[in-house]
Design a protein around this ligand. Structure first.
Ligand code: PMP
Length: 454
């Protein structure tokens, strides 16, 4: 159905003249994608690529889902917009469905992006303590390497210097602690035999900053974009206990891990913890329409509701958040995840990676392979003994070779100077066995051809 597309050259000229790309150098020749079907996208030149990152960790049910398009079109004709100052049927149904997936009791505040959802979480946490006689509890703790969004508060929470330096001052009150990065343990401990100093660092930060100044801890279940950093099994539970001990809220950012990427409905369910606030976006609609949500525990919500002051409501609004079209898209997306059993499929994909990529564990430039559900991180090194991170040239060479063979993969950006050395993959859960075999075979072939030292 490609029809008569303008030529790449024609489009490129216009693109260069008018479009400012996200996060890329100005001299790049962008791919111009025209269509997608399942796990594959096609550019305007007719070249097909397997979308190994599901866009940006989001198109979890795959491209070209007509049933989602139809649900959106139907809703647009019925009611394209209604403000969430009131309510509407798709928002009510979606909020109930999210509760079912969270297996808890939460009130759902809708926004447009992951960044928005995190901003709401910060405001809820601060206002909660403010209204409960603890106005000095206003700071948040997050981890280095974590990404939480692009807005000033969410960027403040982000622990990646390269993204922040030119834009400071950002939202203030965010303290960073080292990540639970076992391959390069910030505390010099041995993987599998440690005393969870990474969790203890959070307790230290709370105590040293003063527990009366800390409103919350924000974290992803695993750090995804910041390098696929999978914590020790007991980490999240330990953090939950620390939060309880010092009366600090646990905010879990499920923007990437939520809705099945982790092999469970939400990433934190792998670790048996109950967050006070959960934020979600990307996979909620599989990116067919922008939508995010902040799920706030009923207990927190009741404290707002029971407050008799006239200004006790959350003074936060956005125009598009929770619009009915995005909500029906999310409902249809979740219906697909359920009816096609795609959460289980997500962990099946991870297991296929684990088996299929075993030969890579012997590769001279692969330090570690980390898997969480269907999300995959490959840590590239110059030397497996010294663990010196791979050079940017080596990383770019691998990415280019994959692309040349028709596989799009990701990397953690220049999050830490000299450490842009982790490749990432997170294919749609709807990927067929053939798709997964294609990914594995392509990676094996590309690494096989790139073994040289130095
Ligand atoms: N949190 C996490 C963990 C993310 O990965 C992202 C986006 N990559 C965000 C928040 C921000 O989401 P958005 O880009 O929709 O604002």
């Amino acid at each position: 159905e490609m029809g008569d597309l303008p030529s790449y050259e024609e489009l490129l000229e216009k693109d260069r003249k008018y479009v400012w790309h996200h996060m890329s150098a100005h001299n790049e020749n962008p791919m111009i994608i025209a269509s997608g079907e399942g796990s594959w996208v096609t550019d305007v030149g007719g070249n097909r690529y397997l979308d190994g990152m599901s866009g940006l960790w989001c198109v979890n049910v795959g491209h070209g889902r007509k049933e989602i398009a139809e649900a959106a079109a139907e809703q647009m004709m019925k009611l394209a917009y209604s403000t969430m100052v009131q309510s509407h049927i798709p928002a009510i149904e979606l909020a109930a469905k999210i509760n079912e997936w969270l297996d808890g009791d939460y009130r759902i505040f809708f926004s447009n992006s992951g960044s928005d959802a995190n901003e709401v979480a910060f405001k809820v946490a601060r206002q909660y303590y403010h209204q409960n006689g603890k106005p000095t509890k206003h700071k948040f703790i997050s981890r280095h390497r974590a990404y939480h969004g692009n807005s000033m508060g969410a960027l403040g929470a982000t622990g990646q210097a390269q993204r922040k330096l030119k834009y400071e001052p950002l939202g203030v009150g965010f303290q960073h602690v080292p990540p639970p990065y076992c391959y390069r343990c910030p505390f010099g401990q041995t993987q599998g035999k440690c005393s969870l100093q990474c969790a203890k660092a959070i307790e230290d930060a709370i105590v040293w900053e003063g527990a009366d100044s800390i409103a919350g801890v924000i974290m992803e279940p695993v750090i995804t974009g910041g390098g696929m950093i999978v914590p020790p099994d007991e980490y999240l539970k330990t953090v939950r206990r620390i939060c309880d001990k010092y009366e600090v809220l646990l905010i879990v950012d499920e923007v990437i891990c939520g809705f099945g990427r982790s092999g469970e409905k939400f990433g934190h369910l792998n670790y048996g913890v109950r967050p006070d606030i959960v934020t979600m976006a990307k996979g909620m609609t599989s990116a067919y329409s922008p939508l995010s949500a902040t799920a706030v525990s009923a207990e927190l919500y009741e404290s707002f509701r029971n407050n008799q002051e006239p200004t006790s409501h959350l003074r936060h609004i956005n125009t598009f958040g929770g619009n009915p079209v995005s909500c029906v898209v999310a409902l249809k997306n979740i219906e697909i995840l359920e009816s096609e059993n795609l959460v289980a499929r997500s962990s099946e994909i991870g297991n296929a990676f684990k088996d299929g990529l075993k030969p890579l564990l012997e590769h001279p430039h692969i330090g570690e392979i980390r898997i969480f559900g269907s999300a995959l991180g490959i840590e590239l090194v110059e030397d497996v003994k010294t663990k010196q991170p791979a050079t940017a040239e080596r990383v770019m060479k691998i990415i280019a070779a994959c692309k040349q063979k028709g596989l799009l993969i990701g990397k953690n950006g220049d999050t830490v100077p000299g450490y842009a050395n982790i490749l990432t993959l997170s294919p749609p859960f709807s990927s067929t066995d053939e798709d997964i075999t294609f990914i594995v075979d392509t990676l094996l072939a590309v690494f096989d051809a790139n073994q040289e030292k130095g």
